[in-house]
Design a protein around this ligand. Sequence first.
Ligand SMILES: Nc1ncnc2c1ncn2[C@@H]1O[C@H](COP(=O)(O)OP(=O)(O)O)[C@@H](O)[C@H]1O
Ligand SMILES: [Mg+2]
Length: 260
Amino acid sequence: MGNLIEIRGVSHAYRTKSGPLPVLKNLNIDIPEGSFCAVVGPSGCGKSTLTRLIAGLMIPDAGEVWLHGERVTSPRKTVGMAFQNPVLLEWRTILDNVLLPLEIVAPTMPRSQKEARARELLAMVGLDGFETRRPSELSGGMRQRASLCRALVHRPDVLILDEPFGALDAFTREDLWQTMHQLRAREPFTALLITHDLRESVYLGDQVVVLSGRPATTQSVMTIDLPGPRPLDMLYQPEQVARLAQLRHEIQIAQGREVA
Ligand SMILES: Nc1ncnc2c1ncn2[C@@H]1O[C@H](COP(=O)(O)OP(=O)(O)O)[C@@H](O)[C@H]1O
Ligand SMILES: [Mg+2]
């Protein structure tokens, strides 16, 4: 399979009062269709900026972003996004929150069909029975599950996750990691995950891209060739522990705390 996303020599600077702030510099990333790309890098290095460029919410100063063989030059409806804060609408039920993207991308789809799709996803993440609840009636982990359903309901080309599990406690986070693998097994999708959690990147990623400090460039790419759902205890096996140590080392270089 080819690449669904290609980031080619992307550089970008924000224009600020005190002059240009370069955030990305000659960034290159390839994400094959159906694969899961985890991106780690120092705080403030430009990770969220990268997600906005892929979603077409911003155009880079230099270089190109390609999605499905098309150059991204405007906002994409075919991108699903989820963030650390699930931003669900309190005046809508969980079901109606999940339906929101379909109302925008598929306005002519019959309500029954939209609902069937949303209920199918909610069941996959273990939220059947909570369709008519309001967001505030759910735990943080459940809200994040609903937010994942909302991001996937319209079968986006790419799922972009910007630190989605960062606010959850460790065990809830691990449950959500397993749910991600289960979702992928049921319904393959291409994903870009921004995370600060190296274990998360190794457990979920088919590749882990380490970004350098700002302006971010591709510092290293680690391939993790382990198709299919992974057992959680894989993280404690020597091969993965070695990967974590390697990534830890890369992050220290990215933070400028160690010479390469
Ligand atoms: N709209 C903006 N205007 C000016 N500076 C910005 C803007 N958005 C982000 N920045 C700055 O760009 C840098 C990278 O931001 P961001 O992509 O959010 O980093 P990360 O997600 O890796 O923490 C930060 O220093 C941030 O303060
Ligand atoms: Mg960010």
